[in-house]
Design a protein around this ligand. Structure first.
Ligand SMILES: CC(C)(COP(=O)(O)OP(=O)(O)OC[C@H]1O[C@@H](n2cnc3c(N)ncnc32)[C@H](O)[C@@H]1OP(=O)(O)O)[C@@H](O)C(=O)NCCC(=O)NCCS
Length: 178
């Protein structure tokens, strides 16, 4: 296999690529393809970054990076929130997930704050740990309007990519974190 990484903005991605990504997402978060595509339309922001791995033009793995803000003991920093991490089921367990996270890490390091986070279930945390992300205990998650705030559920984990070790102290994550 000849794996080629891709980094695209919503403006650059084609409808055919969106369909290919939605069909991989549908393997793990099953809905109709129509509702996958509708969700994509509704929840894609112009600042999103799409990270893919391709083989011979076919997309085998995908994740999205969303522009977000985190507060570290009251000081706001830009951060990227990774969502929808997935590898085509036919190609799982062969290192593609790790390669995808490596491509994302290179992109994250190229941004000013060099910070990213994601929420996952406890059963998925070991994968992110194997990719160099660490667990952040007890962040607060606040809606973008600041009105609702919550802690992590018992089986939820917050994993961070934070090579400069800036996420210390009381952390608040702002905005949607799906
Ligand atoms: C989770 C997922 C992205 C991992 O991709 P993958 O290509 O299967 O994983 P890799 O082969 O690159 O594995 C990388 C490392 O993580 C480990 N790993 C992978 N899945 C794991 C899991 N579920 N639990 C623990 N460790 C795991 C591997 O053992 C490997 O460790 P090593 O480098 O020490 O050998 C993929 O399996 C997937 O799409 N799962 C379904 C969707 C999903 O749950 N996404 C996460 C949403 S938060």
């Amino acid at each position: 296999m000849m794996i080629v990484p891709g980094i695209q903005s919503p403006r650059e991605i084609t409808q055919e690529e969106v369909s290919a990504i939605c069909s991989i997402k549908n393997q793990y978060w099953p809905h109709s393809m129509a509702s996958q595509l509708e969700w994509w339309e509704e929840h894609t922001d112009k600042d999103d970054v799409f990270v893919t791995l391709l083989n011979g033009g076919s997309i085998l793995a995908f994740l999205r990076l969303r522009k977000r803000t985190v507060a570290v003991s009251g000081t706001c920093l830009d951060a990227l929130c990774a969502t929808e991490v997935c590898v085509d089921e036919l190609h799982r367990g062969r290192g593609l997930g790790k390669q995808l996270l490596d491509v994302a890490a290179t992109h994250i390091k190229s941004t000013g704050s060099s910070l990213a986070y994601l929420l996952c279930w406890d059963t998925q945390a070991a994968f992110y740990h194997a990719c160099g992300w660490r667990r952040l205990t007890s962040p607060q998650i606040r809606s973008s309007n600041g009105r609702e705030s919550r802690s992590l559920a018992a089986n939820e984990r917050c994993m961070v990519f934070d090579p400069q070790n800036r996420l210390n102290g009381q952390i608040v994550l702002f905005g949607d974190v799906f």
